[in-house]
Design a protein around this ligand. Structure first.
Ligand code: ZN
Length: 452
């Protein structure tokens, strides 16, 4: 190896696929919720049990079709376990659970009632149901630290019976429910002022939930204005959790400002009376709460490769390297970094708690003699350099040159077609830089020093 070669690498760098909380919040899709609203408030036909049906009624004695629809929706979300919880002759809570990967006993509940007083009832409360289903659809694809429960209650309208049954059972079982976010009527904004209510009482950490929602409102700059109502109304399912000493709030359109739907508890409560941008924004706020309290665990499953090593880019996990050709784990290869003894195709399994991610299979090639000769023919001079850098590559065509600062910032990127390329470096300040030449999947890197 020539003395000026500081290091050589063949890189196959896979970029991280992990999603941020902001990505998750922005994934809340109005079209997806609108479709659910149409189907669940009887505006369009849908398929339940393989039959084309219209879900017109969600009255307590007549809402099995609605309940079956919800079971089918949750069942499309692979990671959820669905509990069709019958609690009296007609009552069925539909509850889907996503077990936390780190703290399975710490539970956050997002909930809405699905029964109704009249036909349609888009605002009360297909709006809450569609938001819960959308949040479940998105979060069920993610690894979360804490357990999330997506609960759709029955018989709210005749005395909060479904929520009472669940809360009573939870308390009897000593369930650690850390927060209940109940959404009931969240689609109406008659005066377009984007006001909404948070109904709260000083019970357990309920005030803390309200504070978290206000912080998220500011952090994400949602186009919404909160009215905090304390003491909040007990007239929805969250109060059954208050009664058992659990932390809970109600979020919905603004009764405090007398801006609730004028079609309340009537068949005039139709989808076309809802303010969809307002509804979308409120759903995103609720998602921001669930993703923040749920604790997103973005396991970065990317791997960095050098000439001699593969390294998982995820810190603080446990690791098992696999041979992709046999699909077998490699005995003893359980470090964040793995030094293959032979060329091959390798993958790493990264585990955090009970959350597991695999990297892609990485083709690991040791630097062959031929490639070494090609790369070693590259000459970069002078080093140190003052104003001009010369790059010669007599043998290799079609290279891309990239100049990086020492902290990884890309300063120059250009295709080199000539056998001798001169790069003007006079504008760069004194220091250490990295030059990378790329041809196909081959990288050649060298540090250079610029002095003045
Ligand atoms: Zn309601």
């Amino acid at each position: 190896m020539k003395p000026f070669l500081v290091f050589i690498s063949l890189s196959f760098l896979f970029t991280a696929s992990a999603q941020t909380p902001l990505d998750i919040v922005n994934a809340v899709d109005l079209d997806s919720m609108y479709l659910t609203l149409q189907e669940f408030s009887g505006e369009t036909a849908t398929t339940v049990g393989g039959e084309l049906v219209v879900i017109l009624s969600r009255g307590q004695a007549n809402n099995d079709l609605a309940a079956d629809y919800l079971v089918e929706q949750f069942n499309t979300m692979n990671t959820l376990s669905v509990n069709d919880q019958a609690f009296n002759a007609n009552g069925r809570n539909i509850v889907a659970t996503q077990l936390g990967k780190v703290n399975p006993d710490d539970i956050y509940i997002i909930c809405a009632h699905y029964d109704s007083v009249a036909d349609y009832c888009a605002d009360d409360n297909a709006s809450g149901v569609a938001a819960v289903l959308e949040i479940a659809r998105i979060l069920s694809t993610q690894c979360m630290e804490n357990t999330l429960v997506y609960a759709l209650w029955d018989e709210e309208e005749i005395g909060l019976l479904g929520a009472d049954y669940y809360a009573t059972l939870a308390q009897a079982n000593g369930a650690t429910i850390l927060g209940v976010l109940n959404i009931d009527m969240m689609g109406y904004d008659g005066d377009n002022d984007n006001d909404f209510d948070i109904d709260v009482r000083p019970i357990a950490n309920s005030i803390g939930i309200k504070d978290d929602l206000l912080s998220l409102l500011a952090d994400y700059e949602f186009n919404l204005n909160a009215n905090v109502v304390n003491p909040g109304t007990p007239a929805s399912d969250h109060s059954k959790f208050w009664n058992k000493g659990y932390s809970a709030v109600l979020v919905g359109e603004s009764w405090a400002n007398d801006d609730q739907t004028p079609y309340y508890h009537s068949s005039g409560d139709r989808l076309n009376t809802l303010d969809l941008p307002y509804y979308h924004e409120l759903s995103k706020l609720i998602m921001s709460y669930m993703v923040s309290k749920g604790g997103l665990l973005p396991i970065d499953n990317s791997v960095t490769t050098t000439a001699t090593q593969l390294t998982s880019n995820f810190e603080n996990g446990t690791y098992q390297w696999f041979d992709c050709n046999t699909n077998l784990p490699l005995a003893g290869q359980v470090g964040q970094t793995f030094s293959p003894e032979a060329e091959g195709s390798y993958s790493v399994e990264v585990t955090l708690g009970s959350c597991i991610e695999f990297s892609d299979c990485i083709e690991f090639t040791t630097l062959g003699v031929e490639e070494f000769n090609l790369l070693s023919a590259v000459k970069i001079y002078p080093n140190p350099a003052m104003s001009t850098l010369n790059i010669e590559h007599p043998l290799i065509e079609g290279m891309i040159l990239t100049l990086f600062s020492i902290d990884g910032k890309k300063l120059i990127e250009k295709a080199i077609s000539k056998k001798l390329t001169k790069i003007d470096i006079s504008k760069f300040s004194k220091g250490v830089y990295l030059i990378q030449l790329t041809q196909g999947s081959n990288n050649f890197s060298q540090q250079i020093v610029i002095h003045k």
